[in-house]
Design a protein around this ligand. Structure first.
Ligand SMILES: [Zn+2]
Length: 223
């Protein structure tokens, strides 16, 4: 058997050096692209935050902000850097790529207990930890062949499912009830326009059978 002695094999040495340089080159190129993509994501998220505030105005009620910060700490949602509440009557939450979570007044008015609030925050946080913003950005940048409307819908359906599953797990670990959220979702569903896109998305997320009774906690129901 012939054993290759690397020290004495000049060709192999040169080849290995080239391979290492090529690998280093690829990884630094990759790091540069990731860095650039992230800067674009963050710039867009900051624009989106500004637009939400310009369009609706900030709600300054310390009650909501304190509650939000408390829950972020309890659930250790460490990718969130700030919580904002905007004065919008519709119910929605946004997790922005730079770590701000934005909640609407309309959402807070429809919550009846901490379990529901915990689920909403955990769901939004999961979009960050599961890198859904980056995935969506990749899809737009390099769309696969035959990228149809139904495939886009499928992608968004999947990321919502993943965020829900991740929130369910976290709530269970932290002794919250992951089923309470469905009472909230059903309330929101009633208020959303039937046949709209949002209505369809909501419909798919709701579990309707075998739910425990909805808990009503004073903090949330004394409005
Ligand atoms: Zn979501």
């Amino acid at each position: 058997m012939r054993v290759i002695n690397i020290k004495n094999n000049r060709h192999l040495q040169i080849y290995l050096t080239l391979a290492i340089l090529l690998l280093l080159g690829c990884s630094s190129l990759h790091a540069k692209q990731t860095y650039e993509n992230n800067s674009i994501l963050i710039a867009n998220a900051q624009k989106q935050q500004k637009k939400l505030i310009d369009d609706h105005g900030l709600s300054q009620q310390p009650k909501w902000l304190n509650k939000c910060n408390e829950m972020i700490e309890t659930l250790q949602l460490d990718q969130f850097v700030e919580c904002l509440v905007i004065k919008a009557t519709f119910a929605n939450a946004y997790s922005l790529a730079h770590g701000t979570v934005v909640l609407t007044d309309g959402l807070l008015k429809n919550i009846n207990n901490d379990h529901q609030f915990a689920h909403i925050l955990a769901h939004e946080h999961a979009h960050l930890t599961l890198k859904h913003h980056q995935q969506a950005q990749q899809l737009v940048k390099n769309p696969p062949k035959f990228f149809t409307k139904s495939r886009i819908k499928k992608f968004y359906r999947q990321i919502e499912q993943q965020a829900d599953q991740s929130a369910d797990q976290l709530l269970t670990q932290q002794q919250f009830d992951p089923l309470q959220i469905h009472h909230y979702l059903m309330r929101i569903e009633q208020n959303s326009q039937e046949h709209s896109n949002d209505h369809q998305k909501l419909k798919e997320r709701i579990k309707r059978n075998g739910l425990p009774v909805e808990k009503r906690e004073k903090f949330w129901t004394n409005r």
